[in-house]
Design a protein around this ligand. Structure first.
Ligand SMILES: C[S@@+](CC[C@H](N)C(=O)[O-])C[C@H]1O[C@@H](n2cnc3c(N)ncnc32)[C@H](O)[C@@H]1O
Length: 469
């Protein structure tokens, strides 16, 4: 069978693969199907035909896997937020561990042991930040799409973007990723706007008012921020909405209005007004305290970030007086974590605001032995920089999804650092980099850490030490 586009096939899902898709075989050909899990027998339609595999759209589950569980959320099938709600948490952890192991073994060509993924205590309600979007266009439900009647998709939609759609919003009736007040506030704002004729932002015409409702909560304090991102600056409108919010939700400790009057669809304003409270929330990671402003980067699952950083610190095996480098340091959280035993820490980061935040965080925590350099890693992390700052005893690297630039990997090979800790949010690119690094370093152990339950994403930390010759 040539398995052309449009063909309907029946298959049994054997594994969990790339981006959480289930994988099975038809006549020896791999077929990936979203929304399935190992053990499911399904009917699918081929929608993509590649040389070595096909992609199928799930049509029907003929025989569910005995492990399947009923998703808690009514939007689970459509919403891109949580693609694994039908998989029990213990199984999610097994699949994540397996995924990291496959990458390390197959892509990295390494036989390094991969430990079982460290699970999150909270399987739901674990996010400290939700960025809901508001639009005049609503994503239709399956029933509406198949309805005989004309269905109007215009109005005031507030929720999350439909997968792959910048213009359509899945109008959420529930969401279990952040504490429950978060979703209640979103519903309240939607209702208030509808009743008071406050318009949603229209992406195509660039008109309307409300663009995003961002909510930031803290893990170690009771601080609670609502950030209303608007297209226009209307002090009276925001004042009334904020008063109503504060009356209805005494839990709110600060309200901010970011005004984004530009075309770019981001939740960051060109300027902001603090409407109520201090304009930031406070939270802790380990022994360090952070003032988190609306647009500052902060790990979204605080409790798991602590676990991740603890693993990194243990792998770093710091000795008194060590010189530490923190590549791709973001807002410097790991730099701070490493600072106590080290004689000095140098964080390097591309993004201006992140470097500003990092310096601010160090100052707020009275940490004086960390410094930060802004720049593209491949350009600034040079032998001259190392000569100036000192030879590293320990190097932490936490690159973005794409992994490290080949020039940076080569430099790490030349530099011969006694200990390296590689933190990664994509184990396939980490495995690619480890394959090259393993010519100079022993890759001793890998620990996956689950920061995002109900999704297929997983972080992993690898411990490397310089080969003894
Ligand atoms: C996964 S984050 C690391 C965050 C940080 N270690 C933490 O735990 O909060 C990756 C960081 O790399 C930065 N980055 C991306 N490309 C870069 C480059 N070419 N040079 C330097 N930094 C870069 C991003 O801005 C981002 O802050």
């Amino acid at each position: 069978m040539s398995l052309k586009k449009g063909h309907e096939v029946t298959l049994t899902i054997e594994g969990a693969a790339f981006k959480g898709k289930g994988i099975g075989k038809v006549d020896g050909m791999a077929v990936f199907v979203t929304g399935t899990m190992p053990g499911d027998e399904v009917k699918a339609r081929i929608i993509k035909r590649k040389k070595n595999y096909r992609e199928g759209k799930l049509l029907e589950i003929l025989n569910p896997s005995p492990d399947r569980t009923e998703p808690l959320c009514q939007h689970a099938k459509v919403c891109g937020g949580c693609s694994w709600q039908h998989v029990p948490y213990q199984k999610q952890l097994e699949f994540k561990t397996q995924q990291v192991t496959d990458h390390i073994h197959r892509i990295g060509g390494l036989d390094t042991p991969v430990l079982p993924a460290l699970g999150s205590e909270k399987e739901l309600y674990y996010r400290n930040k939700m960025e809901y979007s508001v639009s005049t266009r609503r994503w239709l439900t399956e029933e509406e799409i198949h309805s005989e009647e004309f269905v109007d998709d215009s109005g005031f939609a507030a929720g999350l973007h439909a997968p792959g759609r910048f213009d359509k919003i899945l109008n959420l009736n529930e969401c279990h990723l952040q504490r429950k007040e978060s979703f209640e506030i979103l519903s309240f704002v939607r209702k208030y706007c509808e009743e008071n004729n406050i318009e949603a932002f229209n992406t195509f015409e660039k008109t309307g008012y409300l663009r995003h409702v961002m909510i930031r909560t803290a893990h170690h304090t009771d601080d609670f921020m609502v950030n209303l991102v608007t297209f226009k600056d209307e002090p009276e409108t925001i004042k009334h909405l904020s008063e109503e919010l504060l009356n209805a939700f005494p839990v709110i400790t600060t309200i901010v209005n970011n005004v984004n009057d530009q075309i770019s669809p981001v939740a960051i304003g060109r300027y902001e007004h603090v409407i109520y409270g201090p304009g930031y929330i406070r939270d802790k990671i380990g022994e360090f305290e952070f003032k988190i402003h609306p647009n500052a980067f902060f790990q979204t699952n605080t409790a798991q970030a602590e676990k991740l950083y603890e693993v990194a610190r243990t792998y770093a095996d710091l000795k008194d007086g060590d010189v530490v480098y923190d590549l791709y340091c973001g807002v410097g959280t790991l730099s701070l974590f490493m600072s106590q035993k080290a004689s000095k820490v140098l964080g390097i980061e591309l993004v201006d605001v992140a470097v500003e935040n990092a310096r601010y965080n160090a100052k707020e925590n009275n940490v004086e032995n960390v410094s930060f350099v802004k720049g593209d890693m491949k350009d600034v992390f040079t032998p001259e920089m190392v000569q100036e700052f000192g030879t590293p005893d320990v190097l932490i690297t936490d690159p973005p999804r794409a992994g490290m630039h080949p020039d940076v990997v080569s430099r790490l090979c030349e530099l011969k650092v006694p200990r390296i800790v590689y933190v990664s949010c994509d184990s396939s690119t980490m495995a690619r980099d480890l394959k090259i690094l393993s010519e100079v370093y022993d890759v001793i152990e890998v620990q996956p850490v689950d920061m995002f339950p109900q999704t297929y994403h997983v972080e992993a930390v690898a411990k490397l030490s310089l080969k003894e010759i």
